[in-house]
Design a protein around this ligand. Sequence first.
Ligand code: HEM
Length: 372
Amino acid sequence: MSRSPDHAPGGLGRLWAQRLFDWFDRRYQIAGLIEFLRHKDVPITGMSFLYYFGGIALFLFVVQVVTGVLLLMYYVPSADQAYESVHNIMAKIHFGWLIRSLHAWSANLLILSVMIHLFSVFFLRAYRNPRELTWATGFGLLGLVFAFGFSGYLLPWNQRAFFATKVGTDILGQLPVVGTFLLTVLRGGEEVTGATLGRFFGLHVAILPGLATLLVGGHLLLIQRQGMSHPAAWLKQPPEQRRSMPFFPNFLARDLLLWFLILNAVAAVAVFWPAELGDKADPFGAAPAGIKPEWYFLSQYQVLKWMPARIGPISGERVGILAMMFAGLAVFLLPFCDRAVEGDPRRRWLDFFGVAAVTGLILLTVVGYVSQ
Ligand code: HEM
């Protein structure tokens, strides 16, 4: 007796899947889309683990959106009620403490993964022609994750956040030309008040997520369109020895497993070290002793602390801010200055700068953390 395909193992399921696919394909021509997803290959080298960090950042961004939307259901963005509403989330709402702690820990891990991703792309020279715009959109995303961190920090309206925002916005106020304007717009006046909270809330839950979604979409589209870059070491091998794996579904399956493990790890950390709340903001109270910015702003903070009061006619702090802005601009312009193309083994000396930058950032962060 011959078996119809429907009775073959998995036959019925496959038939339905095929029918569903055909239904969509007739209407929306999705075969081309699947082909578009399939065409990307990931080169296999000793440094392949570096390719996971962009995906980790993407996953954590999604975790932020999901946990953020849940928090939004109970958070009240007013100076009178913000602190109480966060207290309510921590103490009364089922699993509110877990969602808030996940949001806080995942935010830190997101910023760390974006930084590692940036340096991976740098050391692999993946930013070079033709990937200048992938780098530029990624650089924009780095700015956005910092802005998310800065704006989100104020939302619980506790004493630490209040004074950190005062110091942070004061520093922004030092920017030449736009400083005073930026300070007034961000604070909604001259001081940090409920108006500042309202503005930071709008930035954190509407403006920044909108911009980030656009930039993430553009970033991923460019990567999918151009495929992954190929490191010089990989291209140097004879063609028959070059190894790679299809992104879809092979690399994506590995990504998914890694994301699952990371979610578990972040959840475990959130359970054992839940996010703190501290005391409610009191604009007339004293700043908490030893107040410092979050770890990702510590290196900049330490540089500013070391600046002398004045350098010539300009305040030392302003010179420090300008120097950091120029460093940021140099990073942004890197692919437009390093005109070598993908796979070009030249300019190994850039590695020296990369190692110096990573070491400097780590050292400054540690010094910023331990110093009084
Ligand atoms: C929220 C922030 C970011 C997300 C979600 C993200 C996501 C991704 C993903 C999923 C990939 C593909 C896999 C990989 O190479 O890891 C990628 C590649 C890339 N990213 Fe990002 N990225 C972000 C930030 C950045 C930053 C800060 C830069 C640099 C300034 C950057 C530059 C690049 C470049 C040049 C590639 C292409 C790598 C190649 O072709 O080998 N990205 N990004």
